[in-house]
Design a protein. Structure first.
Length: 334
């Protein structure tokens, strides 16, 4: 079946220590095309620096090359681990030069930083120092997404790329012989609303699982709030077109509360620790109230309570699957 579609070129820019991530990005793009290209009337085209055509010689071939890529491509996705790349004389690396050129052009940049363990002797300290200096600047701008495994990277990028495409691509109206415009708008609105409700449910499960683990610090809890805030903001430009004004205002207030809670200070007492989780529970209660209103409009059933508990328990099992069994537990079984 042939169809007309908008083509979005996605530049994959990354150093050579994240080859697996580069392949994963291509897989995610391919998956998106399989699932959404026909419905969205859009195709994502991965672009690798190695396969891109070199421009005609001129002032500085490298600079012309970078500018041409930024002009031709629509989104940049970059992953880092311990290396930043080879210095170009104008930037820390070709990848960094690409990122800066995209930012200058006002085009979306998605940066990911791996927290995966590394053998210390394999790290080039100069490369790592340059990378951290660059990342610190990006962190201040809220541009960096951290991941701790390829599975984590795949999950985060899949969700965030889908949200990014929804932001920049106008969802086409679905052809219908019944009520042409209204049915199409309804389907698009329902799809967005379902995405919003699913987002809240997913993060509520993650939050509940983390709270029940009773970790000694709040790092993982904070990260859940950071990721949730980012995804809500990514989706906001879309939901603002279909949600009522009071819901949008409520979401804005919740985002402010989320950002404030991320800065919550932990003292050497139970009070500040418990307060963090209590405030988080209140935020999720507010989000679930909004999701409840949205579900009534589109008739989306809330996840069954028993199923939610099952998912939480499965998540706990997954988190502890590779943890060593305490010796006292072993002793009791022998």
């Amino acid at each position: 079946m042939t169809f007309q579609a908008s083509v979005y070129r996605i530049l994959i820019a990354a150093p050579n220590d994240v080859i697996v991530e580069q392949k994963t990005i291509q897989d995610i793009i391919s998956s998106w095309n399989t699932q959404y290209s026909v419905k969205m009337k859009a195709i994502l085209l991965p672009v690798m620096l190695e396969t891109y055509l070199v421009p005609e010689m001129g002032d500085r071939p490298q600079a012309m090359f970078i500018k041409q890529i930024a002009k031709d491509c629509d989104i940049l996705i970059s992953a880092f681990w311990t290396r930043i790349g080879t210095d170009t004389g104008f930037a820390e690396s070709t990848t960094i030069e690409d990122i800066k050129e995209f930012q200058k052009a006002g085009k979306p940049v998605m940066i990911y930083l791996s927290s995966a363990p590394v053998v210390p002797s394999s790290v080039d300290l100069k490369q790592y120092e340059k990378l951290m200096n660059f990342m610190n600047d990006c962190l201040k701008q809220g541009l960096v997404n951290r991941y701790d495994s390829i599975l984590d990277f795949r999950e985060k990028l899949s969700t965030q790329l889908a949200c990014k495409i929804l932001e920049i691509h106008k969802i086409p109206e679905v052809e219908t012989s019944m009520v042409p415009g209204e049915t199409a708008r309804k389907e698009s609105s329902d799809s967005i609303s379902k995405r919003f409700c699913g987002l809240i449910e997913k993060y509520h499960i993650n939050w509940t699982t983390e709270r029940k683990k009773k970790s000694i610090n709040l790092d993982d809890g904070r990260q859940i709030l950071v990721d949730l805030t980012r995804e809500i903001l990514n989706l906001k430009n879309t939901v603002v077109k279909i949600f009522s004004k009071d819901i949008i205002e409520h979401i804005d207030q919740i985002v402010s509360n989320l950002m404030a809670l991320q800065k919550h200070r932990l003292y050497l007492d139970n009070k500040s620790y418990n307060e963090f989780w209590k405030l988080g529970d209140d935020i999720f209660a507010s989000l679930n109230a909004i999701a409840g209103r949205v579900r009534k409009d589109i008739n989306v059933p809330k996840i069954d309570h028993n199923m939610q508990n099952i998912l939480i328990e499965l998540s706990k099992i997954e988190n502890t699957f590779f943890e060593p069994i305490p010796s006292d537990v072993i002793a009791k079984t022998t």
